[in-house]
Ligand binder design. Structure first.
Ligand SMILES: CC(=O)SCCNC(=O)CCNC(=O)[C@H](O)C(C)(C)COP(=O)(O)OP(=O)(O)OC[C@H]1O[C@@H](n2cnc3c(N)ncnc32)[C@H](O)[C@@H]1OP(=O)(O)O
Length: 150
């Protein structure tokens, strides 16, 4: 398994991977527009040249970044790929000087395995919710907030 930064040519495959998981209600979907505009934030996992995992690191403030749009292909789940992607994003965050990561998720057990702890959404700074106004679930968010100090 190899981790690498996303390129513009990856967008169609990223759409399929993310939105096939979103169709099952496992995560929120993403538009092409969002993927193109934020392509530099994305880290991909490949096996034999095939895209098997994706996620992004979105910087929010001097000490805070969010893991977004994490998805692993169905055939490759429970093989440690999600964990490796999260570690890769944590490494990027450290290199940028960021000290705290968080995620909003329906998979808290996976993030706990990666060293994150569940936190109250009320503790998250207001800046966190800027993207949420674009979510179809807003303002009735049912995701769980998890966080880790690096
Ligand atoms: C911020 C966000 O983007 S939240 C959205 C997260 N994405 C999704 O929910 C989309 C659908 N799910 C997926 O794509 C994947 O299942 C992911 C990303 C959640 C996990 O990726 P994987 O590569 O399967 O995880 P990985 O193999 O590294 O799992 C490590 C450990 O996490 C835990 N874990 C992983 N998935 C689950 C799960 N569905 N339920 C409970 N625990 C889990 C287990 O302890 C696992 O270890 P084990 O397999 O030895 O029991």
């Amino acid at each position: 398994m190899k981790l690498r930064k996303a390129r513009i040519a990856d967008v169609e495959e990223m759409m399929i991977l993310i939105n096939s998981n979103a169709e099952q209600g496992l995560m929120l979907g993403r538009s092409r527009n969002m993927l193109y505009e934020n392509i530099r934030e994305f880290l991909l996992a490949e096996v034999d040249g095939q895209l098997v995992g994706v996620a992004s690191l979105h910087i929010l403030w001097s000490d805070l970044a969010e893991i977004r749009a994490l998805a692993v292909s169905s055939d490759y789940k429970r093989r440690g790929i999600g964990t490796q992607i999260v570690k890769g994003l944590e490494q990027e965050a450290r290199e940028l000087g960021c000290t705290k990561l968080f995620a909003l998720t329906y998979q808290p057990e996976f993030f706990k395995h990666c060293g994150y702890e569940e936190v109250s959404k009320d503790e998250m700074p207001q800046k966190v919710w800027t993207e949420c106004i674009n979510c179809i679930k807003f303002p009735n968010c049912d995701e769980i907030a998890v966080s880790r100090i690096l």
